[in-house]
Design a protein around this ligand. Sequence first.
Ligand SMILES: NC(=O)c1ccc[n+]([C@@H]2O[C@H](COP(=O)([O-])OP(=O)(O)OC[C@H]3O[C@@H](n4cnc5c(N)ncnc54)[C@H](OP(=O)(O)O)[C@@H]3O)[C@@H](O)[C@H]2O)c1
Length: 341
Amino acid sequence: MRAYHLEATRPDAVRLDTLRLVDAPPPRPAAGEVLVRLRAASLNYVDLAVATGAFPAPLPLIPVTDGAGEVLETGPGVTGLKTGDRVIPHFLPDWSADSLPPVTGRRMRGITMPGSLADLVAVPAASLVPVPEHLSFTEAATLPIAATTAWRAVRTGAVRPGSTVLLLGTGGVSLFALQFAKASGARVIITSSSDAKLERAKALGADETINYRAIPDWDARVLELTGGAGADLVVETGGAQTFARSLNAAAIEGTVFTVGFLSGDGLQTSLFPIILKMLKVVGSNTGSVADLREAVGAVASAGLRPVIDRVHGFEDAAGAYATLARGGHFGKIAISLDDGR
Ligand SMILES: NC(=O)c1ccc[n+]([C@@H]2O[C@H](COP(=O)([O-])OP(=O)(O)OC[C@H]3O[C@@H](n4cnc5c(N)ncnc54)[C@H](OP(=O)(O)O)[C@@H]3O)[C@@H](O)[C@H]2O)c1
């Protein structure tokens, strides 16, 4: 089968010359597993972090956390799935619905077990979620990490009509959160470094936009836009350089759903906003298979379509990494293995 091996990390993922296309032996499904023919993959920021070495992973590795495809064969003991079923394998295959498995031995697709840059993969049957009828494989491949995370953010923040949601930047997580928040009746404020992207966010339903380059104290602008009240939910994707302003922009008893480290993970900040406003600072580690199932259900019931900036061909997987690393994207970057629809 065709597969990519990430053979070594590179500090700059724009030139990922260590991603090698190889002819690899096809995997076999063990008991409880399913052999999936992958039809599309999609990149997340964590895939860049693996490629640059910022997120440790044993190499060589078939990389890329997210994908979608169809069932080719079921292993012994698997019931309820058949050849041809369209499925999404979850990134954290061993986290069904209960507690997150301990760090030691926790399997992560594309990081500690084979990921989505291959024609075939064997995964636990329990980690598969059906592709919604209205989505292509490429669209479905964008859901595991970004949609699950955004869904958990909106659910954790108890977003409802009248809530205000603040989103940072126009990457994959933020745009899914925008769609889920609008479907829940919330008012959405979104930031970006680009006015053109903010216009596109408005077209997706954003109520207020802030260019964080032009307005570096965007937290003050959020307070102004909310009559001093702040945002009930902040989806904190920015990390070190945005966290303190996110705390400032949050409402009393608001939720700061702490997701990302785009600007680093080291933090020095005052605790006073958390204490005085009684904020709920909640960490995110993607979500369980049950959370993905719920997120997919929300996508299906609202008829949402993932925002995909660009689809690269399988032969241009390194180009997909370069597109993400350059940061000019709006939403998701996908890789088509053979979407077929
Ligand atoms: N913990 C979890 O469960 C979890 C799950 C998913 C993602 N994450 C993390 O969350 C972060 C976002 O992930 P993603 O997949 O959405 O990334 P992405 O698609 O690569 O989005 C990146 C976008 O974020 C914006 N951005 C970059 N630096 C920023 C800054 N300093 N302030 C505000 N916005 C900034 C930019 O938007 P503009 O171009 O519009 O400025 C950029 O295009 C990453 O750190 C990722 O690892 C964590």
